[in-house]
Structure formats: structure tokens, C-alpha cells
Design a protein around this ligand. Structure first.
Ligand code: NDP
Length: 307
């Protein structure tokens, strides 16, 4: 029996673990990936707005600082752990290995993951022209015609980065107008090599060893058309990683877990922190703060015997 099991070792989970350890709680952190860091592992931009860190070159660099700090703590951290099921009411976690774990409190810190288009070619050509980030993969795509899917800040920022090195960039957006902030949209309109297809869908990514073309359908058009490209960047937002819990806690209509101001979910002694419960202002700083809040609430309840 652990005092706390934390599911997820991104900034929120690591922060909660540090605080739980400091407050003397027996804490086990379960992370499905081989390494800690969560979404920080796919932030390729410089981070200069996390208090106490003047500048981190990218998410991984900030993650390394967090991990180094965690190494000085005594909480248990299991990485590469596959969870088969969770019974939140009983606060029991069953691993795919068959092992059963039990805790007084559970903290869900599973974060969000990139939304997929789920079109043919997306998974098959991943890493072979279908890339995650223009910041990371710009050199690979330089000199080639590319397509960016999405209409938010991420899609437009990626299109602008690619416009610096690619002959043509086609942005495919399902909506009537871009949702990205006006500063990005103005810059996009000033770029002659960027073509914007609104009310359009990417239907298929075509290729063999590498991406060769995309198939696009414009609303109202009778037939889709194909366009030769060598790169595709899909940036259509994120969705919460809540499959394990969805039937057991209250969520909003998009699946984000609802919490009180103590970070507690609709299930007693089950907490949710970080982006999985924060659709409005998902930030690293917010995740770290929520981790501290949950840990302090749990420690106070254990100390007063009210858990
Ligand atoms: P957003 O949720 O802001 O935008 C997602 C876009 O993808 C929307 O335009 C949406 O269309 C579209 N979309 C969603 N689902 C589908 C689908 N199934 N098929 C086709 N299109 C789809 O996500 P982002 O990733 O752009 O940004 C996430 C967060 O990160 C935001 O808060 C953003 O501000 C922030 N961010 C900030 C940056 C910066 O400040 N430099 C850079 C990158 C991100 P529709 O509009 O029709 O719903």
C-alpha cells in the first residue's frame, strides 16, 4: 500500500512527486514511456518563461533539469510501465504484467497527446515525410514543397517556419477562417509562397518510401484533387489522455477531467493535475503548481486522518 500513486511523469507528475516526497509520503510514479518529461519531449522551441530557468534550449533541456532534481528525491519511479486498468474508487492500479498496486490516493497526470487526422498514409509515412514539427525537421523538408494541416497557432507557426526554406507551403484548414492569433495570420498573408485552403480536408497522404503527394477535398468540390508534396506537418491540436479513467470520473465534453480547486476529481482522494485537467491555460508553470497543490492536500488529509 502506497500513500500516493502518480500516473504520468511530465512536469505535473514530477512536481507532485517531489512535493509528496518532501512531505514524507510513500510515493510511486508510473510512466508509460521509457523516459520522464511528458510533452516536454516534443517541445522543440526555446523555453524562457519558466520561473527560475532563465532559458532552456528546448523542452528536453528543461526536462533534464527536472529529472536531475528528481534524482535527489526518494520517490519510486517506474518507467516503461503499461497500465492494464485502474479502479479509481478502490484506488487500485493493475499493470499489464499482472501486478496489482494499491494506494490511499491517486494522482492522474497523464497530460495530452497530439490529435491525429486518422487518414491513410499518416501512420505509414510517419518519419518519412510526415513530421511532427517544423522546428525539429525543417532541414529535412528544406527545398521541398510541403503541406501543413490545421488552423491554430501551431499550424500557422509551422507554416511560417517552413516558408523560410520551402518553395511552396500549402495550409489546409477545415474551418472558414484561421483560429491562430492575428499576428501569425498577418505574417502568413504576407508570405507569397504560402497558399491557404480553407474549408478543406486532407483525405490521404500518398507515397512509397517517402511522401509523394496529398489528396485534398475542398468543400463543395465534386472530386478531391492531388498535389505533389514531399512533407506533411499535421498540427490539429491535442486531446487529453484519459482513456483509462473516462468512465470513472467527471470530464468535460472534450474529455478533460474536472477538478476542484484542491485538484480533486469527482472521485474522493483521486486528483488530476496538469494539462489533463486544464483545457483553458495549459502551461508548464500551471502543471508544476497543480502538482504542489495536490501533494499538500493529500499530506494534510493523511496527517489529520481525514482521507
Ligand atoms: P488548437 O486547438 O489551437 O487548433 C487546432 C486546429 O486544428 C483548429 O484550427 C482546428 O480546426 C483544427 N482541427 C482540429 N481537429 C481537426 C481535425 N480532426 N481535422 C482537421 N482539423 C482539425 O491547437 P494548436 O495545436 O494549434 O495549439 C495548441 C495550443 O498551443 C494553443 O493554446 C496554442 O495557442 C498554443 N500554441 C502557441 C504557440 C505560440 O504561441 N507560439 C505555438 C503553438 C501552439 P477548427 O478551427 O475548425 O476547430
Amino acid at each position: 500500500m502506497h500513500d500516493v500513486i502518480i500516473i504520468g511523469a511530465g512536469p505535473a507528475g514530477l512536481s507532485a512527486a517531489l512535493w509528496c516526497d518532501e512531505l514524507g509520503l510513500d510515493t510511486l510514479v508510473l510512466e508509460q514511456r521509457a523516459e520522464t518529461g511528458g510533452q516536454l519531449l516534443w517541445v522543440y522551441n526555446r523555453i524562457a518563461n519558466h520561473l527560475g530557468v532563465i532559458e532552456a534550449e528546448n523542452g528536453r533541456a528543461l526536462r533534464d533539469l527536472f529529472a536531475a532534481q528528481a534524482e535527489g528525491s526518494e520517490f519510486d519511479l517506474w518507467t516503461g510501465v503499461k497500465i492494464a486498468g485502474v479502479d479509481l474508487g478502490a484506488r487500485r492500479v493493475r499493470l499489464q504484467s499482472g501486478e496489482e498496486l494499491q494506494a490511499i490516493s491517486i494522482i492522474v497526470a497523464t497530460g495530452v497527446r497530439r490529435r491525429r487526422l486518422s487518414v491513410p498514409g499518416e501512420a505509414e509515412l510517419a518519419g518519412r515525410g510526415v513530421v511532427e514539427s517544423a522546428t525539429r525537421d525543417r532541414d529535412l523538408l528544406a527545398g521541398h514543397d510541403v503541406c501543413v494541416v490545421g488552423g491554430g497557432d501551431a499550424a500557422v507557426e509551422n507554416a511560417l517556419l517552413l516558408a523560410e526554406v520551402c518553395p511552396t507551403v500549402t495550409v489546409v484548414h477545415r474551418g472558414q477562417s484561421l483560429r491562430a492569433r492575428s499576428e501569425f495570420v498577418e505574417r502568413l498573408r504576407g508570405q507569397h509562397c504560402i497558399t491557404l485552403f480553407t474549408e478543406s480536408e486532407l483525405m490521404r497522404i500518398i507515397g512509397g518510401a517517402e511522401v509523394e503527394a496529398v489528396e485534398i477535398r475542398r468543400r463543395g468540390a465534386i472530386k478531391p484533387f492531388q498535389m505533389a508534396v514531399r512533407g506533411v506537418v499535421i498540427r490539429i491540436g491535442v486531446e487529453p489522455d484519459t482513456e483509462l479513467f473516462r468512465e470513472q470520473v467527471c470530464t468535460d465534453e472534450r474529455g478533460y477531467i474536472k477538478v476542484t480547486n484542491e485538484q480533486e476529481t469527482s472521485v474522493e482522494n483521486v486528483f488530476a493535475i496538469g494539462d489533463v485537467s486544464n483545457p483553458l491555460a495549459p502551461t508548464i508553470s500551471g502543471a508544476v503548481g497543480a502538482g504542489a497543490t495536490a501533494a499538500k492536500v493529500i499530506a494534510a488529509r493523511l496527517n489529520s486522518g481525514t482521507h
